[in-house]
Design a protein around this ligand. Structure first.
Ligand SMILES: C[S@@+](CC[C@H](N)C(=O)[O-])C[C@H]1O[C@@H](n2cnc3c(N)ncnc32)[C@H](O)[C@@H]1O
Length: 153
């Protein structure tokens, strides 16, 4: 799932891998038109329609589907918007047993709270390394749902 799908580059790259389904969430109406056109052209070129969908909505209020999620973020939001998207993801983590993973590429904002997002892998990037950094998180329920705490006497 690409939050802030832009013109669909990441979705088209992901179509080469065995994901169950690809979803692009995009807010900008002008980009959505180009995104759909790019996906249709891509499908025509490769000769098959991948199982993908474009959702024209705001990632801050998007209702995530009830299935395992790999959420891709190519540094699409910052500041308050990112905080609200994270709050939306936390809501999903807290209300579902389906797993959530987040791949945050070019992670300029270190805003994913440890209470819900365990950092499992990553690479530093930056102008001097010539590489784009990324951070992989696994979502987990917050402390209030910890089995250890639930079993307190
Ligand atoms: C850097 S581009 C992402 C490009 C795309 N993910 C890729 O890798 O090819 C960021 C995108 O996020 C979108 N965006 C910004 N705020 C958004 C929001 N609140 N909800 C959904 N999309 C948003 C922008 O319109 C823009 O297309």
């Amino acid at each position: 799932m690409d939050l802030g799908a832009g013109l669909g580059k990441a979705m088209m790259l992901a179509a080469g891998y065995p994901w169950a389904r690809l979803v692009g969430v995009e807010l900008d109406e002008n980009l959505i038109w180009g995104l759909k056109r790019n996906l249709a052209k891509f499908a025509a070129r490769v000769g098959k329609m991948p199982d993908w969908d474009v959702v024209a909505t705001d990632a801050r209020t998007y209702r995530f589907p009830e299935r395992p999620l790999m959420v891709f973020l190519f540094n699409p939001f910052c500041g308050e918007v990112l905080a609200e998207v994270i709050a939306n993801l936390v809501q999903r983590i807290e209300t579902s047993t389906e797993p959530v993973w987040v791949l945050y590429v070019n992670p300029v904002e270190a805003a994913f709270p440890e209470m819900w997002f365990e950092s499992v892998d990553g690479r530093c990037g930056g102008p001097f390394s010539g590489q784009v950094g990324w951070q992989l998180y696994r979502g987990h329920r917050g402390a209030s749902h910890s089995p250890a705490l639930d079993n307190r006497p």
